[in-house]
Design a protein around this ligand. Structure first.
Ligand code: ASP
Ligand code: MG
Length: 270
């Protein structure tokens, strides 16, 4: 009755780099190194990046100097540019190492949102172009924080939204887990930027993690934790300076993993 050898299907890994890890042009080489070292274990890699440093703040400020109350559609057209700068630079940095990569905006990646500009919910993901890029052996790089509405307009997800992009892609691509690279070594009971000597917690379930990030405002956007919990998607939070440390793993009971994908609820005002 068949053979006993199990074939291991290599799953996709989603990596997410926040604005602090791409703060300057020099940072991109470090991010490229981490990507290449993860690639030896996971040939199928999708990388989500935020805008460089405080680029999104600067774009918001630019908008306000032209119009203190910018039309929300045009706000999205402007601030979504920050992530587009990062994805193209990261693909260029990888090319320096001979690593083939291709960058996509949220809309090219098939991230479908509701039409609530500047605060859109991800209602579906159609990642066809990402599958094509992976099948061609490339590292696929996706702009966080943005998508395309069901009406075909560019939308953004709200500040800090790139974490949610990463989890939504993990769900859509049936990733093994989503790995977040941050400027701290993981999630701690108390904010390590305010308390010295606190250690990253090795393991949390979703509600423990949600409790800590809501109480302390640490590293992960609560919304991405809710999306991960709804889909049983495991998350790992680690530091980009010392990526050899295990960081914090967040997951639920594997028996609770749903068989269908759940994205976000459409905003009522759409
Ligand atoms: N760049 C956007 C922001 O600063 C999205 C993100 O970083 O997650 O809010
Ligand atoms: Mg940012």
């Amino acid at each position: 009755m068949g053979n006993n050898l199990k074939t291991t299907v290599m799953k996709t890994l989603v990596l997410k780099f926040g604005g602090a890890s791409v703060a300057t042009p020099e940072h991109f080489a470090r991010v490229a190194e981490i990507i290449m070292s993860r690639r030896s274990a996971y040939p199928s890699l999708v990388v989500v990046v935020s805008a460089m440093g405080d680029a999104t703040n600067q774009l918001e400020e630019l908008a306000r100097r032209v119009n203190p109350n910018p039309p929300r559609r045009e706000y999205d057209m402007l601030v979504s540019v920050g992530e587009r700068v990062s994805i193209s630079l990261l693909a260029m940095a990888l090319a320096c190492y001979g690593c083939e990569a291709i960058s996509f905006t949220g809309s090219q990646s098939g991230i479908i949102t509701c039409c609530s500009h500047s605060n859109a919910a991800i209602v579906n993901v159609k990642p066809w172009r990402l599958h094509d890029g992976l099948a061609a052996g490339k590292v696929v790089i996706v702009a966080g924080f943005q998508g395309v509405s069901t009406e075909g307009e560019i939308t953004t997800l709200g500040r800090g939204g790139s974490d949610t992009t990463a989890v939504a892609l993990g769900v859509a691509l049936d990733a093994e887990h989503v790995e977040f690279y941050k400027d701290v070594a993981g999630i701690c009971e108390h904010d390590p930027k305010l308390h010295s000597g606190v250690q990253a917690l090795p393991q949390l379930n979703y509600s423990q993690a949600l409790d800590i990030v809501e109480r302390t405002g640490q590293v992960l956007h609560p919304r991405c934790l809710r999306l991960a919990e709804a889909n049983g998607m495991p998350l790992v939070v680690k530091g980009f300076v010392n990526d050899q440390l295990p960081g914090t793993r967040i997951e639920g009971d594997p028996r609770g993993v749903p068989t269908t994908r759940h994205y976000e609820k459409e905003e009522l005002r759409c």
